[in-house]
Design a protein around this ligand. Structure first.
Ligand code: G6P
Ligand code: ZN
Length: 544
């Protein structure tokens, strides 16, 4: 067995963002770049000798090469076993499921989530801890700190592992097990949802659905679960072959990027239900016939209907949502008499709440929903949750949402993204806003009066850790609010996110287009933050 120790030098840009290290493929292809980061992960962990690591990715360009490197490094560093997804494929939630089920030490996920793939696009790597969830900040900070002083890494000199063949082999002294990507995950889904009822729905002649896997990781999962197991007609899953460049698309399930699906659901003779997932399978978009369910409402509706879903029928411990997510779930929590936690953006902040049994369902406005079944958000889980609700309630998606608004009121909500803004300009915009914060309280902006203006800071109720500067918030006396933050997941320049929300209890006023209902707030946001002037853009690049 030939373990090599290779001399290297630090790269100064290996700081993980909202969700791991994401860079252009070309950055990762620099000699030693990936190796440095992987060794920094291993060096900042303790006690993994002889233990199991789970490894897989979303199938994007460079996935297979990266897996071979990581396998050889894991062997050289003393892991006992790596469970790696067949053909290198493991969705993010499936990785979380496998880590938990086999009590692995941790896992490495290769994905840049919803960012495009291909030689000229993005790649990413993320470490998940033994609870199956994204490494918390103290771990990612330790990885970064290590990456800044690293001077060597270890790698086994060996041939490549055959990722196309299921089963076990040896790499040096380490066992490598190529596992079925879908099996464990599917078994977990069967334990949570009423598959019989969902099957009745999916095979009924009056119900049709379309699921768009966007040529990304969920194809094999969606085909196995919806078509093979639950009996949906062949062809229900569109774009179901994972491709290295996602077929040239942008695998982000929103109204802009999932346009193929949107055309089907908004076209003639539309199916009753539509859903899409992102690159690594943790995001979801839910559509009805000519109807879009905003992710914040989706979380609220799942919580309100959880009792009809077997895995959740005994009630929810609590709900957690990220700060920019609308307060729709809070209203459900209030009625259920449970807590609703408000965390910073980033799924990692839900981990402690889930581990401590304080929250059962979690969600974010960024098309992420999940629960304590794993420690990642879970796109297909959300689809099954909705199908379970539809199967029991026998109503349309639109009727369910409208009834929900009548009961709880409607939180009009929209997010405006300004992508690829020059970083200096975006930072100036946020800095100017921060400077204004102390003077805004009590000020009248249009017909709104500012009730509070601050920079969101979060104290984790479980471990007491504090995360500051998590988004500039301006809240108004009528409960409306706007939030400004810079994305932590982009790879080019900066992305400004503006989140807007207002509340409408009156059922007769709940039928507006959100852009119209939020029109004045949109104008105010531009005035306060000088968005057009500073970004040089006259409209957002994406509206969700
Ligand atoms: C990823 C994370 C989410 C986060 C989203 C947007 O999907 O897992 O937790 O909400 O990115 O993050 P960003 O920093 O780009 O707004
Ligand atoms: Zn994702």
């Amino acid at each position: 067995m030939n373990i090599q120790t290779i001399q290297t030098q630090p790269f100064n840009d290996q700081k993980p963002g909202t969700s791991g290290l994401r860079k252009q493929v070309k950055t990762f292809q620099q000699p030693n770049y990936l190796e440095n980061f992987v060794q920094s992960i291993f060096d900042s962990l303790e006690g993994y000798q002889g233990k199991t690591l789970v490894l897989g990715g979303d199938g994007r360009y460079y996935n297979r090469q990266a897996i071979q490197i990581i396998l050889k490094m894991a062997a050289a560093n003393g892991f006992g076993r790596v469970k790696v997804g067949h053909r290198g494929i493991l969705s993010t939630p499936a990785t979380s499921c496998v880590i938990r089920k086999y009590q692995a030490f941790g896992g490495i996920i290769l994905s840049a989530s919803h960012n495009p793939g291909g030689p000229d696009a993005d790649f990413g790597i993320k470490y998940n801890t033994g609870n199956g969830g994204p490494a918390p900040e103290k771990v990612t900070e330790a990885i970064y700190a290590r990456s800044q002083v690293i001077d060597s890494y270890k790698i086994l000199e060996a041939g490549d592992v055959d990722l196309d063949r299921l089963g076990e082999s040896k790499l040096g002294e380490m066992a490598v097990e190529v596992i079925d990507s879908v099996q464990d995950y599917q078994a977990l889904m069967e334990s949570l949802f009423d598959f019989n009822r969902i099957q009745q729905l999916l095979t009924s002649p009056t119900f049709r659905m379309a699921v768009d896997s966007m040529h990304a990781v969920t194809g094999p999962y969606a085909k196995a679960i919806f078509e093979q197991r639950l009996g949906a007609p062949a062809g229900t899953v569109k774009n179901g072959e994972p491709l290295e460049d996602f077929g040239g698309g942008h695998p982000d399930p929103n109204l802009v990027y999932a346009h193929d699906l949107v055309e089907i659901l908004y076209g003639e003779n539309a199916p009753a239900f539509g859903a899409a997932s992102d690159g690594d399978g943790d995001r979801n978009m839910i559509l009805g016939d000519h109807f879009f369910v905003t992710p914040s409402d989706s979380l609220a509706i799942m919580a309100a209907n959880a009792k009809v879903v077997p895995g959740y029928s005994s009630g929810l411990a609590g709900i957690a949502r990220s700060m920019p997510t609308s307060a729709a779930p809070d209203r459900v929590a209030e009625r259920l008499g449970i807590d609703c936690y408000e965390t910073p953006t980033g799924w990692k902040f839900f981990g402690n709440l889930l581990d401590a049994g304080k929250a059962t369902l979690c969600g974010e406005e960024s098309f992420g929903t999940g629960s304590n079944h794993v420690r990642e958000k879970d796109g297909l889980w959300a689809v099954l949750f909705w199908l379970n609700i539809l199967a029991v309630r026998q109503q349309s998606v639109e009727d369910i949402v409208r009834e929900h608004w009548q009961t709880y009121g409607r939180n009009y909500y929209s997010r405006h993204d300004y992508e690829a803004v020059e970083s200096d300009r975006a930072n100036t915009l946020i800095k100017n806003l921060r400077d204004r914060l102390p003077h805004l309280k009590g000020e009248k902006l249009g017909s709104y009066e500012v009730e509070y203006a601050d920079d969101f800071s979060y104290t984790d109720p479980v471990d007491g850790s504090v995360s500051q500067k998590q988004g500039v918030r301006i809240g108004f006396t009528d409960g409306s609010r706007m939030i400004f933050r810079l994305s932590g997941t982009g790879t080019q320049g900066a992305t400004l996110r503006l989140y807007l929300e207002s509340y409408e209890p009156d059922a007769s006023k709940q039928n507006l287009d959100p852009q119209e209902a939020l029109g004045e707030l949109i104008q105010i946001a531009d005035n306060v933050a000088q968005i057009h002037e500073l970004t040089g853009m006259d409209k957002p690049t994406v509206i969700t």
